[in-house]
Design a protein around this ligand. Sequence first.
Ligand SMILES: [Zn+2]
Length: 303
Amino acid sequence: MGKNLSLFKRIKIALGLVITTALLVIFTNVQSFAVLTNINLTKLPSYKSDIKVGNREQKTGNIGTSLSLIRRGSEGEVLNVLKSTENRDTISQTPSLPPQNTHPMPSTLAKWQDDTNSGDYFDEIKPTKYGYLIWSQFPVKVYLETLNTGFNSQSQKWINTVSQTVEEWNNYLPLQIVKNPELADIIILRKTPPLKFTPGKKLPRARSAETRYKVYTFDKTLYHRFTILLSPSQTGKYLLAASRHELGHALGIWGHSKDKNDALYFSQVRNPPMISTRDVNTLKKIYQQSTSLGWENKNDSET
Ligand SMILES: [Zn+2]
């Protein structure tokens, strides 16, 4: 009898969990910096996944991270072709989104003026179903994985390099490095992105970096959160370039430049560029757009 009761209890708990997790659906989208072992510019299928989590504190699902890791050789010599994985709108039964609106721009970006008329690549940035991926609460909080995981010279170098790119972007959007991942808007992990298997290809592709975001509702307000994976095999100027590039995505540049002098150029190059005038022009234009992120859904009858 006692046994039956405890089983019943367990079933109840399990049911409860399922119901809670069904309440909040979180959408994940991915941009990744791909390294192709053989260069192939044909259209690649997009990576998509939906994660269901119960509350906002829950960690990002480990999509594909159970796949074994591989080591790459002289990847610096390989042209990294970056595929755009704009996974548009994977969810069918989405609760109504807050109406899109603009947010005030942080003063650093508002002040920015390009006297050189360098132009931008704003046309390459497509809005998501939530609008543009714009931050509205500053500083944007960034967590670097190895801040908490002991120190050796490798991880110290990694932190220094990634911190440098945080500093670079901080000139345009206020960023702050935080020690608690729970408080972070952007989490940067020193971790190899999962291998990617392409139908019709025998060899999986290794990628040097991957950036994904998820969207969640908290207190009726729509928020987003980014996770960046930077492969430990990337070091030196390549790590610097990858970190700079992926941070650009996480700050809202969800697309790529066709100009190799821009940090958001779609592939990795031998002499990685700094954040360019065109990068900042594009960022500024994005922050003039509207978004559902950071806005409250006043009509949400679900809560
Ligand atoms: Zn990219």
